[in-house]
Design a protein around this ligand. Sequence first.
Ligand SMILES: Cc1ncc(COP(=O)(O)O)c(C=O)c1O
Length: 408
Amino acid sequence: MKPVGPIPPGYEALDGELVIGGHTVSALVANAGRTPLFVYSRAHLDKRMSELRSAIPARIGVNYAVKANPHPDVIAHMAGLADGFDIASSGELAMLQAAGIDAGRVSFAGPGKRDDELEAAITSGVTLNCESEGEAERTLAIADHLGIAPRMALRVNPDFELRGSGMKMGGGAKPFGVDASQVPPLARKLIDAGVEWRGLHIFTGSQALNEEAIIETQGNVLKLAANLAGEIDSSLPKLNMGGGFGIPYFPGDEAIDPTMIGAALADMVANLPPLLANTELCLELGRYLVGEAGVYLTRIVDKKESHGVAYLVTDGGLHHQLAASGNFGTVVRRNYPVAIASQFDAEPSEEVNVVGCLCTPLDRLADKAFLPRAEVGDLVAVFCAGAYGATASPAAFLGQGPAAEMLI
Ligand SMILES: Cc1ncc(COP(=O)(O)O)c(C=O)c1O
């Protein structure tokens, strides 16, 4: 038997069924008309943001990293919750524009921005978090041609990393950002060229569950930003401090305590170096804001036994849940939080493998999980599906197509 990950708080049973945002899963699936189905809960999104806001100093804004979940209804809802938005492509820019989000709230980071993307960012007034000297030169040339002063910040590749993060985006050779030592001359060049200087972006990693590591990194980020501002010889209008706040996916993972991080941030904010005294500060978070607000529901279409092993075969799989299948950035596969949604309060009684409908051994949603006895027609829930699910999975694989999605 292998344990499954911890079910996030706020999910309960009604008449034996999992309830999401006040609705039973059978009602949600009936409403959607089909499975597989991603359900995102407004109530969960609101709660997460309000708890975070009350933990951190009001001085520090919260940006939403759209890549975590770009569903139009989620974006529209986050427009009322987040201060800013971080995008990674002109496709995401178009999504924010469709939601009527002001470009002044948006910053665009990511390596490999094409000329047409730079042009779209410049004309719309989005802040470009510039990733390299070459990108800076292309931006200046395009802006010159357009006759617009571009809004620009520099993304810094710091010499430190976020300890314990699932994905490291700083420290050593990286395709992200400008090496810290190269930042001052490039920033000077941009300021002298007349760009609308928006400061620095320092994103060091993602999926960290250790508060002390997060706090240490935020301290390092502020120190580095102050040093760089000194070398640039200009105060910073804005500093995007990154984030990296993780959520518990796997057995043994524990949720971070935002009040601990918030208290440390309050201390840092009270003792900011002079060059950061008037700097606008923000965190940039994706999965922490939306991950636990989403549940993926898939129906069991077959139950079989092979060599004494029970299989629940579902109509979903890795084409919607690449991360839960263990094929998106994990080295050793472990079980996500998974449950039989249609028998949410039943006692576990059977060891099963929950698999998807794709003809590949990679398509696993749970290995050797001890779950209530389920039959064809029952619904399986995969939790922590609100981030990096629908759009981070190969929905077109084997002609399956996307899952339904709804925000409730
Ligand atoms: C620049 C940047 N911002 C934000 C994020 C969001 O990370 P997370 O969803 O872990 O908060 C990432 C993730 O890779 C990133 O690269």
